[in-house]
Design a protein around this ligand. Sequence first.
Ligand SMILES: [Cu+2]
Length: 197
Amino acid sequence: MAMSLRSRLAPALVVLGFGTLLALGAPLAASAHDQLESTDPAEGATVESLDAITLTFSGTLLSIGEDQRSAAIQVTSGDRFYEAGCPVLVDNTATTDVALGGAGTYDVLWQVVSSDGHTISGEYSFDYAPADGTEQSEGSATPLCGDSTAAADQPSDDAVLIGAAFTIGALAIIGVVVAIIFGRRRNAGGFGPPGQD
Ligand SMILES: [Cu+2]
């Protein structure tokens, strides 16, 4: 009888183990998105002239939508925006043209979709010290490249993954409980009329 109960529980235990692995594995996979590896100009650098900003990541960036709205790079100083084009994605790089204004600190705010489908974002600053007489862009009161919140509204699939993992884990536990209940019923059935099983 003990052997029989064990053999009935075995599949449920396998399911429970698998569910647990998935539940533990999903957050690990979710943390494996690409990293920003380098920027041009570098963080804290002082440049005398600049035509474009290039961000280099650890993996190939995903381009979602025909106009690559999944990527956003904003270059600000004060309350003005100094992008001169929309981001261009090539393999693991995102580049945007810029037309900077006066000397000062510029902030680069970026957001891209990592190769694992997750949206990643960050911010860094560099200093601009142009030669006297360099033409200055007036910048723009709004981001040049469309609605900046469009990219920010892209849902991350982290929540979906974690939700699925919890669901699988819960189903596994329910499976074990059902298996135990059925095991007991079938054992109890052994005392009933023959042939019922
Ligand atoms: Cu990720």
